[in-house]
Ligand binder design. Structure first.
Ligand SMILES: CC(C)(COP(=O)(O)OP(=O)(O)OC[C@H]1O[C@@H](n2cnc3c(N)ncnc32)[C@H](O)[C@@H]1OP(=O)(O)O)[C@@H](O)C(=O)NCCC(=O)NCCS
Length: 173
């Protein structure tokens, strides 16, 4: 657990290479990313494209370790909003923090920043789909009044087993 003072800031397109490295590392460290280790593309152009889209009007926020010269991004939160007029008020959350930075409040800082940015963008509904066994994420989001809406049965395949996902959401005032 590192207790460095991290910088929490919005993503830039120039973060593409570092963001790609972070996601690939997270895939190796946790079973709760959408990709299995080795499955994710390392083509930086894909990440440039993703960041160009995400920085336009969705939320993508990084936790940066200012003491590092390379691979400075140590955590992220995204809230990708719907593309159509009927769904632009809805955004699905993704979050991840590198193992050596866990349990020092980075997750909370990222969620706080995400809620603030979502409000500014007029996002009304934040949703998250969390495997039943992912107690860390469930505990984290419940702290922010995310409520359980339902269960997606056998919606994810983890460690050789089909697992239910919990559907959580939060509606802003
Ligand atoms: C979920 C995650 C982002 C939390 O990051 P973090 O920086 O460790 O979180 P924080 O230190 O800010 O802790 C925030 C809260 O999360 C919960 N939490 C964090 N670690 C926990 C653990 N090991 N067990 C239970 N709850 C935990 C607690 O409620 C904690 O609040 P508290 O410190 O007041 O008890 C991190 O565990 C992670 O990246 N997990 C892997 C990726 C992932 O699961 N993504 C979600 C996919 S659906």
């Amino acid at each position: 657990m590192k207790r460095t003072n991290l910088l929490i800031r919005s993503a830039l397109v120039s973060d593409a290479d570092d963001f790609c490295k972070l996601l690939i590392k997270l895939d190796c460290e946790t079973i709760y990313t959408p990709f299995q280790a080795g499955e994710r593309s390392s083509d930086v152009n894909r990440y440039i494209k993703y960041l160009e889209e995400a920085t336009k009007d969705s939320v993508l926020i990084f936790a940066i370790d200012p003491q590092k010269d390379v691979e400075k991004i140590v955590g992220f939160i995204s809230a990708k909003r719907g593309a159509t007029t009927k769904k632009r008020h809805v955004a699905a959350i993704g979050i991840g923090v590198l193992q050596s930075y866990l349990l020092s409040g980075v997750g909370r800082s990222l969620v706080n920043a995400c809620l603030e940015s979502s409000l500014k963008l007029g996002i009304k509904r934040l949703e998250a789909y969390i495997p039943r066994s992912n107690l860390r994420s469930i505990n984290l989001l419940r702290k922010y009044n995310f409520e359980l809406e339902g269960i997606k049965r056998k919606a994810v395949f983890i460690n050789g087993e089909y697992e239910d996902e919990y559907a959580y959401s939060m509606i802003s005032a």
